[in-house]
Ligand binder design. Structure first.
Ligand SMILES: Cc1cc2nc3c(=O)[nH]c(=O)nc-3n(C[C@H](O)[C@H](O)[C@H](O)COP(=O)(O)O)c2cc1C
Length: 365
């Protein structure tokens, strides 16, 4: 399959709003979860070609991540510190209800010149739900609730006198004022890789975020997703997670990966693996995130090593263009030392990606 898209591939980074970085390893990580570090990181990212930042929602430490800042408040702080970056706030149906989320996000959108977006996650961490007294639904029920949540958000954001009768949410003649600045509404992302996740994305989401994977695995998901979306008369964009290790030589980059895994915290990785696999296998077809992840994969908790953006800037740029040819619209990235590595990526990898994209426009392939 050739790259026939003229649209440049986009880049997002994971906001480290929880402690411990994005790998469950005792390796040194020059990354901090505090707000000063994160404000500067957001400014570096927008100056280096990143369009989006994605915050995380976690209510308790379950493995690593001992401290967790709340993502909607954190998103607002990052938007206030930047001028172009779009920041995606993670929202978990259950703890949040759509009326509160729609109102919070509409206000943030108004206050920040229309730059907020939302990532509706469906939840994988049963212990967390138990800890905060939230009822735990089975896998596909969680998605049924998330779909209603998204339909409610869109309804509140786009119509006056909104009424809705769902199994989880009800609205009667409700009018939100002010509505969000962005028209028709802020972008709606979602995270998850199961069949239920793709079905929901096809019907209601603007973006489908999936865990790291090889190009074949990603292509298969995209083909399924796009066929389902086409049947609904819709298009859905796709973002893929990757833990990026870009170094001047491939040996250096591989050595960093080996070190991350050698210093992994087995107790925390296994504890996470048990919870995550239970959540992934709980999807009826057993294709959810983490269903097939090895110990090494789980050290990056969204399978980011599998995408293999590990090597020299040239190797990484070539693989990014392969992902784009498979239908990927956005790379969601994580790094060991976020501030310094996002700068290195912007200066050394991104120009190569843009040059390769130019070479491969439809006129020349
Ligand atoms: C990019 C991405 C971001 C996610 N962010 C969060 C998050 O912040 N909090 C959370 O509890 N789950 C998060 N998840 C987990 C998903 O909501 C979902 O529970 C998980 O992927 C399992 O779903 P599946 O069985 O459909 O694969 C995220 C998933 C992805 C792919």
């Amino acid at each position: 399959m050739t790259d026939t898209s003229k649209t440049p591939i986009q880049f997002a980074y994971w906001v480290p709003n929880v402690s411990g970085g994005l790998v469950v390893s005792k390796i040194e990580q020059r990354t901090s979860w505090d707000i000063d570090y994160n404000r500067k990181l957001a400014q570096i990212a927008e100056a280096n070609g990143f369009e989006y930042a994605l915050s995380q929602i976690r209510f308790t430490a379950g493995y690593g991540a001992e401290f967790q800042h709340e993502p909607v408040a954190f998103t607002h702080a990052l938007l206030a510190a930047t001028t172009k970056l779009k920041v995606i706030a993670a929202i978990l149906p259950g703890p949040w209800n759509p009326a509160v989320a729609a109102k919070q996000l509409a206000t943030i959108d108004q206050l920040t010149g229309g730059r907020v977006a939302v990532n509706i996650v469906s939840g994988w961490f049963k212990g967390e739900f138990t800890a905060i007294g939230e009822h735990w639904l089975e896998h596909d029920e969680r998605y049924r609730r998330s779909e209603e949540f998204i339909r409610a958000l869109k309804g509140i954001w786009t119509t006056d006198n909104f009424s809705f009768r769902g199994d989880f949410y009800r609205f009667t003649d409700y009018t939100l004022r002010p509505k969000p600045l962005q028209q028709p509404h802020p972008e709606i992302f979602q995270g998850g890789s199961s069949r239920a996740a793709r079905d929901m994305a096809a019907r209601v989401s603007d973006w489908y975020f999936t865990n790291g994977n090889n190009v074949e695995g990603i292509r298969a998901q995209i083909e399924d997703l796009r066929a389902k979306a086409a049947a609904e008369g819709r298009t859905v964009k796709v973002g893929v997670n990757a833990f990026i290790i870009a170094r001047d030589t491939e040996e250096e980059a591989r050595a960093v990966l080996d070190d991350i895994i050698a210093q992994a915290d087995p107790e925390a990785v296994n504890a996470f693996g048990d919870a995550a696999k239970q959540a992934g296998r709980a999807s009826p077809e057993g294709e959810g995130n983490w269903a097939k992840s090895t110990f090494e994969d789980l050290v990056q908790y969204n399978d980011g090593f599998k995408t293999n953006l590990i090597g020299t800037p040239k190797q990484i740029a070539e693989r990014i263009v392969e992902l784009k040819a498979a239908g990927v619209d956005l790379v969601l990235s994580a790094f060991l030392h976020f501030q310094e590595e996002i700068e290195y990526f912007g200066q050394n990898v991104l120009p190569l990606v843009r040059a390769l994209e130019d070479v491969r426009t439809p006129e020349t392939v």
